[in-house]
Design a protein around this ligand. Structure first.
Ligand SMILES: Cc1ncc(COP(=O)(O)O)c(C=O)c1O
Length: 401
């Protein structure tokens, strides 16, 4: 087994040197000619039975694409799964998982808040015919029903960075598949299948692509489930474009380097924010990562309006630092009461830390925080200690264990 950094660079490209290629080819075909229609019929029948990738050319672009398949192979290697199936977005990927289960009559989902706002909405609204029971991790076993088809968690969760013990949750699921959304951690920090999850979801729009220029989703899982996902993808059409597949494969090659560098920046910023009297609370996960959430004593909208280097935008996982106000944007669609109960306060800001020099990001954030009200009376404006100096505060514990 090769190390993660090696897989990131080589997986999905193993055949290239033999073909005399260095960069992976981009196959833009929507259809694949064949003079053998009996053979095509047999290949379509085989796909309808197992959902396995057809041997040879894919017949039609909605059945599969060789460039996208390279990304799928690489991501499966990084997550330690047999297979991976890519979709047009993270939401298309989650939709396909729900459809696979509901097609078997298993419409009930058990889920732990918070989840990304649209994932929460998709489950709560029952758009795809699912019914959700929200619970905390300790309540999962009791929430299971004979028609439960899925248990869903995010860890660290969007936007509070709450972590769950995936191993304990997987145990509580019994034979019901556990879907872990690993968008925030990436396989660089955590591989959920090693802790018992059956399905690993990514909004590949985030760290996997890594440059804010590709929208995609992917589910890493065993080949049996992957076959069903491919069949749903074929039937419903949420395919990933080959150019996006190419960009994702390229993104994966720098994933470990980007995640580690951005995480080091984030850990330093979390340390400074924790010691800052303008900040009420900092959420930074125990497993680390490049995401920080923090609550201010003052008006969070002023911080968003005040940044100049940091990009005031939703989404995450790009090379530049992004900040957003979850109650206004990423989690706006979630009912206000449910949002607050899940720990998403109106004072919460979520920051995706990028690859800039950490001092420049801190300077911008410090300016944007400006003259925010301070914790307690008589405190002076916080001046950052030199990089590497030990903080007197310990980071606030992540909530929601
Ligand atoms: C944790 C998480 N899961 C899923 C999604 C949905 O992904 P996409 O926007 O690619 O559809 C997002 C998007 O922000 C997310 O943050």
């Amino acid at each position: 087994m090769r190390a993660l950094a090696t897989e990131a660079v080589h997986a999905g490209r193993d055949d290239l040197a033999r073909q005399g290629l260095h960069a992976p080819p981009i196959d833009l075909s929507t259809t694949y000619p064949s003079y053998d229609s009996r053979g095509e019929a047999a290949r379509i029948d085989a796909f309808a039975t197992t959902g396995a990738d057809p041997e040879g050319p894919p017949v039609y672009g909605r059945l599969g694409n060789p460039t996208v398949a390279r990304f799928e192979t690489a991501l499966a290697r990084l997550e330690g799964t047999e297979s991976a199936v890519a979709f047009a977005s993270g939401m298309a990927a989650l939709s396909a998982v729900l459809l696979v289960r509901s097609s078997l009559g298993l419409r009930h989902v058990v889920a732990v808040r918070p989840l990304y706002g649209c994932s929460d909405h998709l489950l709560t609204a029952g758009l795809l015919g699912s019914e959700v029971t929200w619970t905390d991790p300790a309540g999962i076993a009791d929430a299971l029903r004979p028609d439960t088809g899925l248990v869903m968690v995010e860890s660290p969760a969007n936007p509070t960075l709450a972590e769950v013990d995936l191993r304990a949750v997987a145990h509580a699921c019994g034979s019901v598949p556990l879907l872990a959304d690993n968008t925030f951690a990436t396989p660089v920090l955590q591989r959920p299948v090693e802790q018992g999850a059956r399905l690993v979801l990514h909004s590949a729009t985030k760290y996997l692509g890594g440059h804010g220029d590709v929208m995609a989703g992917v589910v890493a899982c065993d080949e049996e489930f992957a076959g069903r996902l491919r069949q749903v993808r074929f039937a419903t059409g949420g395919v990933l474009h080959p150019l996006a597949g190419y960009l994702l494969l390229r993104g994966l090659s720098t994933l470990p380097v980007r995640v580690r560098a951005a995480s080091a920046n984030a850990a330093e910023l979390a340390r400074r924010l924790t010691a800052d009297p303008r900040i009420a609370r900092v959420h930074y996960p125990r497993i680390g990562g490049a995401m920080i959430a923090f609550e201010v004593h003052g008006d969070p909208h002023e911080v968003i309006a005040g940044v100049r280097l940091i990009t005031p935008a939703v989404s995450l996982g790009s090379v530049d630092t992004l900040i957003q106000h979850p109650a206004s944007i990423s989690h706006r669609i979630v009912d206000e009461g449910d949002r607050r109960e899940a720990g998403v306060s109106d004072r919460l800001l979520r920051m995706s830390v990028g690859l800039e020099d950490v001092e420049d990001v801190w300077t911008d954030l410090d300016n944007a925080l400006g003259a925010m009200p301070l914790r307690g009376a008589g405190l002076h404006r916080y001046a950052a200690p030199p990089r590497g100096a030990t903080s007197h505060s310990t980071p606030a514990p992540a909530i929601g264990h």
